[in-house]
Design a protein around this ligand. Structure first.
Ligand code: AMP
Length: 180
């Protein structure tokens, strides 16, 4: 599967030096969400030009409007969303993780993300509660939601994700067998 990260797409767009890139950069650095129009436009472009047997959407959708657009985009391509994975992590741990990520990048002489600091992270969390959290109910109601514990080591979280995908695959095989 091909991983499509809207965060990565936006970080590439902001280096373009265009007026749009500058606006996007300011919004991202503050920790706010970029407008649906910009994000959906970038995603559409990638989806239409990327070949793959499947996609992992990373950091997208983050609003109800984006979720509706994604459903339409996939439908246009004769595809659909299989499963949405919610990784549950408490706020203090998230803040600590971005602070650590900034420290590690600095120590390794790598660029530090301008939004990897406590102040921006608090705004990112607020944006999450206001605009993204409603998606949990949205996908739950559609029977697509799987929630996992995002605390612990990378290997533990990875295993939990693989378990969700295995379970989904087994369910699809049962449905397919039933259909034939
Ligand atoms: P991320 O790399 O997913 O942590 O995203 C970094 C920043 O990019 C976010 O704080 C937003 O400013 C912006 N961003 C990424 N994905 C989206 C999205 N789906 N909708 C709106 N803004 C986004």
């Amino acid at each position: 599967m091909v991983q499509l990260s809207t965060g990565d797409m936006l970080r590439a767009a902001r280096t373009s030096g265009t007026g749009m890139g500058k606006i996007v950069a300011d919004v991202m650095d503050r920790g706010e969400l970029v407008t649906d129009e910009v994000v959906i436009g970038l995603l559409r472009e990638q989806l239409e030009t990327t070949q793959g047997t499947g996609f992992i959407f990373d950091g997208f959708p983050r609003t109800l409007a984006q979720a509706d657009s994604l459903a339409d985009l996939l439908l246009e391509q004769g595809q659909q969303l299989d499963v949405v994975i919610e990784m549950q992590v408490d706020d203090d741990t998230l803040v600590q993780r971005v602070v650590n990520r900034a420290k590690e990048a600095e120590a390794a002489g790598k660029p530090v993300r301008a939004d990897d600091n406590e102040a921006s992270m608090r705004i990112r969390l607020m944006e999450y509660y206001r605009k993204t959290a409603p998606l949990i109910g949205y996908y739950y109601a559609k029977g697509r939601l799987a929630s996992i514990n995002g605390l612990g080591e990378i290997e533990d979280v990875q295993r939990a994700i693989v378990d969700v995908l295995d379970e989904w695959m087994a369910k699809m095989i049962r449905i397919f067998a039933f259909a034939i």
